[in-house]
Write a new protein. Structure first.
Length: 226
C-alpha cells in the first residue's frame, strides 16, 4: 500500500524535516509513527496525503508515485484516503453532520444515505445531539471526534491520523482507537502519528519511531519505548 524510498524533505531555506526515509506498509496493516514534537511525524503524513512533495526520493501510495502524478490524479487518489488532521480542518459554515458527510456529498451519494451513515457514527462518538451544531460551538475534543467520523465515513482504503486523540479523555480516546481498529479489521490500512506511548503499548502493534527526521526504530510488537 505504501512505499517510501530514500525520501528526504527539506523546507526552505535549509531545514531538513525528513532524512533518508525507507518504509514499507503493506495493505491492511496498522502502523504507529511515534516520536517527540518536531520528529517529522506530521511531515511524513503530509507526504503520504500529497499535501507536500518530497525533496528527494519516491513516495508511492496504492501503486501511484506521488512525485510523478499531477494534481488531478492526487485529488482522485484522496477519495481513497481518510485523513484526521491535527487541526481538524472543519468547514466553519457547515453543521456537524454536513462536515462529516461532505466527501460523500461531493461523490454524489444521496443525502438520506450519507445522513444514515453519519448518524451511526455520531452515536458511536456520543455526538448525536450535536448534528446540527456549527464547529465554533463545539469544544476541541468534540471537533476532534467530528474529524474522526469524517475520515471514516466513506470507508477509505487508507486512513492517516495525526494525533487523533490529543484532546480526548482516555475513555473517548479508546473509543476512537476502537473505530480505527475496526476499520483495520475490515481491511483498511491505518497509519497513526502519535506521541502517546500508553496507547501504543496498550494496542501493541507495529511502531516506527522517528527522531529528528530519521527512523531510529521499527518494532513489530513494542513493549514500551523510552
Amino acid at each position: 500500500m505504501l512505499r517510501l524510498h530514500s525520501v528526504q524533505k527539506i523546507y526552505p531555506p535549509e531545514q531538513p524535516a525528513l532524512k533518508s526515509i525507507d518504509l514499507r506498509v503493506d495493505e491492511g496493516s496498522f502502523l504507529f509513527i511515534a516520536g517527540a514534537s518536531g520528529a517529522g511525524k506530521s511531515t511524513l503524513l503530509k507526504l503520504l496525503f500529497g499535501a507536500e512533495k518530497a525533496t528527494k526520493g519516491q513516495v508511492i501510495v496504492a501503486g501511484r508515485n506521488l512525485q510523478a502524478i499531477n494534481r488531478e490524479a492526487v485529488a482522485y487518489l484522496r477519495r481513497e484516503v481518510g485523513v484526521i488532521f491535527q487541526d481538524y480542518k472543519l468547514l466553519p459554515r457547515r453543521t456537524v453532520i454536513d462536515n462529516i458527510t461532505y466527501g460523500l456529498e461531493v461523490q454524489g451519494v444521496p443525502r438520506s444515505d450519507r445522513y444514515r451513515l453519519a448518524r451511526r457514527l455520531l452515536k458511536t462518538i456520543r455526538l448525536e445531539d450535536r448534528e446540527h451544531s456549527l464547529p465554533k460551538t463545539l469544544s476541541g475534543g468534540e471537533q476532534q471526534r467530528v474529524a474522526v467520523a469524517r475520515a471514516l465515513i466513506h470507508r477509505p482504503r487508507l486512513i492517516l491520523a495525526d494525533e487523533p486523540t490529543g484532546n480526548l479523555d482516555p475513555d473517548m480516546a479508546r473509543t476512537v482507537f476502537d473505530l480505527l481498529l475496526e476499520a483495520n479489521a475490515a481491511g483498511v490500512t491505518v497509519v497513526v502519528a502519535t506521541h502517546d506511548l500508553s496507547i501504543i503499548e496498550d494496542i501493541n502493534l507495529r511502531t516506527v519511531v522517528l527522531d529528528r527526521g530519521k527512523i531510529i526504530g521499527d518494532f513489530e510488537r513494542p513493549r514500551g519505548l523510552d
